[in-house]
Design a protein around this ligand. Structure first.
Ligand code: HEC
Ligand code: HEC
Ligand code: HEC
Ligand code: HEC
Length: 498
């Protein structure tokens, strides 16, 4: 099999901490408010939800109770952590550098920024309401101002959404919004102005703002100080959502001793009495988060091409090969990529960006017909690949909200997901590089790059093909170019012993 490279890298990956088997859920031991679930109903809800979590591969990023972690070569966060965490000079780093080149390992470590840490969803339903989880999965949005990655626009249908939300309620023995007679938890009564003011003072005095923003409320901390404490504050939610997403009956316990509710949380106990915690809860529910109005969201126009030549190599290095290829890999990889052959619940569009040859072979539409992503479709003025980037820019108004620049959420987009999916939008400059290269006729590489013989991972060779320019659809020739044949030969030799 031709998956030598990343496979080897992963052989050294630390073991996932989630156990493989899922033990029968034990009733929760903490003193946190629980409701009685019929054991058979609870088991069924957990089982049904787990099927959806597996189908959509949620554990490629999240730890979720005892749900099995995604296999190593698929696990976005654990692979990124592993590679980023290799220490230069140590044996493992040296070994890999010797084999694949120091520059390659250095590039990985430099380029990997995202999907290093995401919220741990174990026992999430203890604190977070199941009806909120359902609403969020249908229309996810930014919750954490310092975390650049966002929850993906998973293509979950309404039943799947309900199954997942009920799963979290069942595991936590929390109220089931779909049970007969369910009553949504009531907000604590509105405090008078004096009590609200005491809450405000306490919130600042206790240093909650060192990790949390609360809409645009002045927390006694500015954006720069918050950023300086990034490591601790990264996963701290914007508290303006607490009133809609948390269970008020649990919040006091949480504020007093978060580990009692969620043992793995990184929020420290804040040294508050019960009375103070009640004050803070009431404050969180009733302070005005001082939001700006929802911005008008419009997909930006494509930027005008640059005034200089832009070569394929530059577009590959700075745009497609750096970010996109991760989900748009080659067919023979251990993970061909969610945007290629499918994953994360998507069927994929068979779009591969590893090399020029695969990029110009386009993507498949709903009917399975291939189209060029580099040429505008019928009635369009912008190439699909550029449109996808512009859509992501429009999505940023919901998916990426900077600290203290909070606003009401604009309507959820009805368009397919923008690219890069779930990640920060490409900048004007990056989009402009792609636009320029396309406007100049999608000229391909003239040299062979990549390490021949290791026909996998990041080292797959790129090279000139028979028709080496033009943005129209071209499938790879059945007669392979000489550089590809040569590298396949070496590759076969290398992997034969397996
Ligand atoms: C590619 C990585 C990735 C995958 C796959 C993924 N998520 Fe997420 N998810 C995130 C990130 C990042 C956040 C945090 C977003 C934020 O805070 O703004 C998040 C947040 C969440 C939250 C809110 C949790 C909290 O504590 O606030 C829930 C619930 C959630 N995801 C459920 C799911 C489910 C269910 C699936 C599978 C259908 C899934 N996620 C798949 C990356 C991912
Ligand atoms: C087998 C290890 C591995 C797995 C699994 C993996 N990545 Fe990566 N990822 C890498 C490496 C290596 C790079 C750097 C590539 C380069 O610089 O050429 C990278 C870079 C990226 C980048 C661009 C850099 C950044 O931080 O923004 C994105 C985006 C990305 N990966 C997303 C994902 C997603 C989404 C998943 C899961 C669906 C995933 N990766 C799974 C190894 C992995
Ligand atoms: C050192 C950083 C840190 C400090 C300081 C901190 N928190 Fe947190 N807090 C977190 C993190 C991280 C989470 C998310 C829980 C998790 O996923 O582990 C959280 C979660 C919460 C939640 C749940 C919000 C939600 O939407 O799910 C509330 C409420 C909360 N904190 C209140 C407070 C209050 C009140 C204070 C001050 C008394 C405080 N926090 C101080 C890090 C912090
Ligand atoms: C986290 C994974 C992921 C990343 C990163 C990603 N894609 Fe995608 N891409 C997908 C998935 C999944 C689909 C299929 C979506 C669907 O079925 O609606 C897709 C579809 C597409 C399509 C076809 C749909 C269309 O709009 O015509 C294009 C073009 C595209 N991606 C371009 C990109 C570009 C350019 C980048 C980098 C800037 C990128 N993708 C990064 C997962 C990803």
């Amino acid at each position: 099999m031709r998956r030598l490279f990343l496979f080897l890298l992963l052989a050294g990956c630390p073991k996932q901490d989630s156990p493989k088997e899922q033990p029968a859920p034990a009733p929760s031991a903490s003193a946190v408010a629980t409701v009685a679930w019929d054991p058979a109903v609870r088991n069924e809800a957990i089982k049904t939800g787990a099927v959806v979590l597996a189908k959509h591969q949620c554990t490629r990023c999240h730890t979720i109770d005892a749900q099995p972690a995604a296999a190593r070569p698929l696990h976005c966060t654990s692979c990124h952590q592993f590679l980023k965490g290799l220490e230069p000079g140590k044996d493992q780093w040296n070994g890999l550098a010797k084999k694949y080149g120091k520059d390659v390992i250095e590039r990985y470590q430099r380029n990997i920024v995202h999907l290093m840490r995401v919220p741990d969803l174990t026992g999430l339903g203890k604190r977070v309401r199941a009806d909120w989880i359902a609403a969020y999965l249908a229309q996810p949005h930014d919750l954490r101002p310092l975390l650049e990655d966002s929850m993906l626009r998973h293509a979950l249908d309404p039943k799947e959404i309900r199954d997942v939300a009920r799963y979290f309620a069942a595991v936590a023995e929390a109220p089931d919004p779909w049970a007969a007679g369910y009553v949504a938890p009531a907000a604590p009564p509105k405090p008078d102005d004096a009590r609200l003011a005491r809450g405000r003072t306490l919130f600042v005095a206790k240093g909650c703002g060192g990790c949390h923003v609360f809409g645009n409320v002045n927390t006694g901390v500015d954006a720069k100080t918050l950023e300086a404490g990034r490591a601790a504050a990264l996963l701290a939610p914007n508290l303006r959502f607490a009133r809609e997403r948390t269970r008020p009956e649990v919040l006091v316990d949480w504020i007093m001793d978060p580990k009692k509710v969620m043992p793995q949380t990184t929020m420290p106990p804040m040294g508050v009495t019960r009375e103070e915690a009640e004050l803070l809860r009431d404050y969180l529910f009733h302070e005005d988060p001082a939001l700006a109005a929802a911005p008008a969201v419009k997909e930006p126009a494509a930027p005008a091409p640059l005034d200089r030549a832009v070569a394929y190599e530059e577009v590959k290095e700075r745009v497609l090969g750096k970010v996109c290829v991760h989900c748009h890999m080659n067919d023979y990889e251990k993970d061909p990529g969610p945007g290629n052959l499918g994953g994360l619940g998507y069927n994929g569009v068979q779009l591969r960006m590893r090399t020029y040859e695969t990029l110009v072979s386009g993507a498949a539409d709903a009917k399975g017909e291939r189209y060029s992503v580099l040429l505008p479709g019928k009635g369009e003025t912008v190439a699909p690949i550029v449109r996808a980037l512009l859509r992501r820019r429009a999505e940023a108004a919901r998916d990426s909200i900077a600290a203290f620049q909070d606003h009401a959420l604009p309507p959820y987009p009805s368009t397919p997901p923008g690219m890069p999916m779930g990640l920060p939008a490409m900048t004007d400059e990056e989009i402009q590089l792609l636009v320029t290269w396309i406007a100049q006729g999608c000229v391909g590489p003239t040299k062979i790059t990549g390490m021949s013989g290791a026909n996998d991972g990041y080292l797959v060779p790129d090279g000139p093909i028979a028709k080496n320019k033009g943005c129209e659809l071209r499938m790879p020739d059945s007669k392979r170019p000489a550089w590809a044949v040569a590298s396949e030969k070496t590759e076969k030799l290398e992997t034969k012993p397996k």
